[in-house]
Design a protein around this ligand. Structure first.
Ligand code: NAP
Length: 253
């Protein structure tokens, strides 16, 4: 448990993968958790599991790239759990392709979910944080922010999130709000499974090959990210803001 059991956290993209693990960890840390996802049934199941373990949680459907949907979802969390003062901008998609094959839709949808989504969510939740004089935002960037073949849209969005992180840290610091980013390397989720499938490589072989390139010689698990989130949202991290933490088993990927 944390020192502040009444605090309310929102995790976007919490229906599966990294977001689901982060929601479980924050609940274990004593936060009430709003699990937001495009797939309402996935996040409702996660919320029920947390409630079954004695925590407080609610699953709410949202499209983070849509202003009205974001405003409604944040309002629902505030009404059902209390004012949210922790926000984990985790929802994400990939639409990989080399530049000459990348469609307008591939570009717009990836920028829309990651960049516009994190902007809309942060704007909607910051009013609760500034009112309370305390808050934490953690944005999910990626090692792809450093550049990755076939990911012009995604690497641009993930680099952009690092700029958003540093700017919000500067703007919100005086309200007791810290803003940081985590840049994961290879984490075993549906997202990396989809990449393996697109490349026509069995997922276990894809993981083995990736592990050979990672200094600690293993691929990451969603819990590796959840552990770092747990620290960044705690009171112990109150002097850490505007930072990008690469969680990749090595210095970059
Ligand atoms: P994932 O398993 O594909 O999960 C992504 C989640 O985001 C899904 O539950 C998805 O909902 C949700 N989502 C997508 N679009 C949304 C929208 N418009 N509104 C609300 N929710 C939406 O991905 P993951 O691997 O856990 O990745 C989580 C985050 O970490 C992403 O930002 C990703 O870019 C980042 N990351 C992942 C890795 C990795 O190796 N896995 C590495 C670096 C960074 P649906 O289920 O309804 O589609």
């Amino acid at each position: 448990m944390t020192e502040s059991p009444d605090r309310v956290a929102i995790v976007t993209g919490a229906g599966r993968g990294i977001g689901a693990a982060v929601a479980r960890q924050l609940a274990a840390d004593g936060f009430a958790v709003g699990l937001l996802d495009l797939d309402q049934s996935g996040c409702e199941a996660g919320a029920e599991a947390i409630t079954g373990d004695g925590g407080r949680a609610v699953g709410v459907g949202v499209d983070v790239s849509d202003t009205d949907s974001v405003e409604a979802a944040v309002r629902t969390v505030a009404e059902r759990l209390g004012a949210p003062t922790v926000l984990i901008n985790n929802a994400g998609i990939t639409r990989d392709n080399l530049l000459f094959k990348m469609s307008d839709e591939d570009w717009d949808s990836v920028i829309g979910v990651h960049l516009r989504g994190s902007f809309l969510m942060s704007r909607a939740v910051q009013r609760h944080m500034t009112e309370q004089g305390w808050g934490r935002i953690v944005n999910l960037s990626s090692t792809s922010a450093l550049g990755n073949r076939g990911q012009a849209n995604y690497s641009t969005a993930k680099a952009g999130l690092q700029g958003l992180t540093k700017t919000l840290a500067i703007e919100l610091g005086k309200f007791g709000v810290t803003v940081n980013a985590i840049a994961p390397g290879f984490i075993v989720t549906d997202m990396t499974a989809a990449t393996a499938e697109r490349l026509g490589v069995p997922f276990d072989e894809f993981q083995k090959a990736a592990a050979q390139e990672i200094p600690v010689r293993r691929v990451g698990k969603p819990e590796d990210i959840a552990n770092v989130v747990s620290f960044l949202v705690s009171d112990r991290a109150s002097f850490v803001s505007g930072q990008v933490v690469y969680v990749a088993g090595g210095p970059k990927a």
